[in-house]
Design a protein around this ligand. Sequence first.
Ligand code: NAP
Length: 401
Amino acid sequence: MSLSRLSRFQYHRLLLVPSPSPASQLIPKCNFHQDSKFLSQTLRNHKGILYSSSFSLHTSKPGVRAVATEASSSSPKMVKAIRVHELGGPEVLKWEDVDIGEPNEGQIRVRNKAIGLNFIDVYFRKGVYKASSFPFTPGMEAVGVVTAVGPGLTGRQVGDLVAYAGQPMGSYAEEQILPANKVVPVPSSVDPVVAASVLLKGMTAQFLLRRCFKVEPGHTILVHAAAGGVGSLLCQWANVLGATVIGTVSTKEKAAQAKEDGCHHVILYTEEDFVARVNELTSGNGVEVVYDSVGKDTFQGSLECLKLRGYMVSFGQSSGTPDPVPLSALAPKSLFLTRPTLMQYVVTRDELLEAAGEVFANIASGVLKVRVNHTYPLSEAAQAHADIESRKTSGSVVLVP
Ligand SMILES: NC(=O)c1ccc[n+]([C@@H]2O[C@H](COP(=O)([O-])OP(=O)(O)OC[C@H]3O[C@@H](n4cnc5c(N)ncnc54)[C@H](OP(=O)(O)O)[C@@H]3O)[C@@H](O)[C@H]2O)c1
């Protein structure tokens, strides 16, 4: 279903669906089958209202649970991974053999099928964000199959298809060890490559639009880098929420994609003054919220685009860290300023499952069309980094081991 055909009424119904929370009643601990139940319910709630079809999740058959020792006899401890020994350009990403060991208590080992590339991987490689140890394996998003479970762990089974997004870093690897409570089940209807390309970016769009600032029908919003991985999802989702979406992009090709993704107005910010264009498009009123992931190059202009009491949501810095902002800069329009990160919005397991469930539900229902525009072999991660940094990519980028 195209986004434009999804009526506001339908979306209101979607929002009115009783929340599956308190999820703690459903999920006493981290349990794959309970998680599946939780996600199924979220998906049924969403799909049931919109399209009334059922949804199933990958689960292993009962009775095939394997323990770490069984799995270890057939699974090598040495795997290929991308390692960073020193900060720098894409060339510091080295393809090496790594011993990942066996899962300890509360952990699982996962053989990755697909790995999502995110701009945050570039920040860690360059040292904009500090890795906790060296050398390190980058990557914060992947989908894979469980190959071993730690001692005493219940609720996860060898063969389960799981996804994760966020900490711990280390997804640029054929296999990795993960805390069991950080992964979510992947619905069987969602292709693993699509799931790996969308979980982190989709949950980011979810918290930005639904929690950080709640976008509502009638709002006008500005999304920078509208054809990027997160930008594409933000535009599609905001359109369905009933907002008028203004997007900025660097090329005509990206402009065409942003239009398809539900942007009502697209500004080529490499050629046009985006502040003047937003002023024109909003008849001088400004926008309710700016979702600014570009940072240094756009931050000041973004503040100028806001209406009285508008929200400046600065959630990234693809062009560099914005200059410091004096509090007094917010006073003339009583602006709100926030610098949110996904990690603080998926702190509890309930939050994680709810956000992931909403993303998967929106993919299943067609609200979100995931653009996996670029795939690279994992061993060529350096090329993928070079391409995302030089603004050659659009939509999602996936690395395949
Ligand atoms: N706070 C959070 O929790 C959170 C979570 C996820 C992502 N993010 C942020 O969201 C942003 C988007 O992430 P993504 O992975 O989806 O990447 P992306 O948007 O696919 O790629 C970055 C885009 O930024 C734009 N850009 C503008 N100036 C740039 C410059 N000087 N160098 C490179 N790119 C520039 C480019 O789009 P144009 O060519 O159209 O200008 C480029 O395609 C990143 O800043 C990331 O850090 C934040």
